[in-house]
Unconditional design. Structure first.
Lengths: 139, 132
């Protein structure tokens, strides 16, 4: 097992009259995960959208990081629970925005984008389920 | 216009042979503009003593936009979790000490963010919403 440290800091000097500095950190024990940079082809749900997490690839817990690397704020990336619906969004990321969320490990998640070939960076972390094999079993 | 930033750091020395060290920052802005989000719930906590699902943020109350949500499970009991539901679909489970941060488009009453604690004993979530 490996340790993955994930931390978040939200800061502002002027959103409230009192300066805001919110920090959260968790050290997770995980055995798999990696960062991927890829282009999203699909611009509509269920049409050339990209799977970022395949159902049951992780056991018990899975955590997803995605960042929309577009510089234009209006070029969105749409994250949805592919298993449950074609349309309902889990999140909508403008250019430059990121998210870090827990996934339901038994669901498949996919993204599509406003613009063809939108570049994203993403990673899924958790404990690998060897029964689910990306790319098939070879048999 | 307020300026609020969120910085995420992911690091691991032993997950793979290539040490992971990622740090990224985003400014919390309104949808499609560089105008900063200027309204917030502040950082707050909600304690429940029931495993019934409840609405943390009502989609109808915030309107269409690019709101930003932070939620943390403050429990120290490893088995205690909160199931997060958005658009009536499960997003995932926040276990003890876990946190999440995500943009939220609330454009209809159905876009509620709902929480279901796993326990009916005292259970506390910390949250903050930055909204348009």
């Amino acid at each position: 097992m490996a340790n993955l440290r994930v931390s978040l800091n939200i800061a502002s000097t002027d959103v409230l009259s009192s300066a805001l500095s919110l920090s959260a950190e968790k050290v997770m024990s995980v055995d798999s995960g990696s960062l991927i940079k890829a282009k999203v082809k699909g611009t509509a749900a269920d049409t050339n959208d990209m799977i970022v997490y395949l159902a049951n690839d992780k056991s018990e817990r899975a955590y997803l990081y995605i960042k929309n690397l577009e510089t234009e704020l209006e070029n969105y990336v749409y994250l949805r629970n592919e298993t449950e619906s074609d349309t309902a969004l889990a999140s909508k990321l403008g250019g430059g925005e990121f998210t870090f969320i827990p996934l339901a490990p038994d669901k498949t998640y996919a993204v599509y984008a406003t613009k063809v070939d939108t570049v994203i960076e993403y990673g899924v972390f958790g404990n690998d389920n060897s029964s689910v094999i990306y790319g098939g079993s070879g048999s | 216009m307020a300026t609020t930033t969120a910085t995420l750091t992911l690091s691991s020395a032993d997950l793979t042979g290539d040490a992971l060290s990622l740090s990224t920052t985003t400014t919390l802005t309104k949808a499609g503009t560089v105008t900063g989000l200027n309204q917030t719930t502040g950082v707050a906590r909600k304690t429940t003593s029931s495993s019934s699902q409840y609405v943390l943020f009502d989609g109808d109350a915030y309107g269409n936009g690019s709101h930003k949500v932070y939620i943390k499970n403050t429990s120290a009991v490893a088995t205690e979790y909160a199931t997060i539901e958005i658009n009536s679909e499960q997003m995932g489970k926040l276990y003890a000490g876990d946190w999440t941060f995500f943009p939220w488009e609330a454009n209809a009453d159905t876009n509620d963010i709902k929480i279901q604690p796993s326990v009916s004993t005292s259970f506390t979530l910390e949250y903050a919403l930055f909204y348009e």
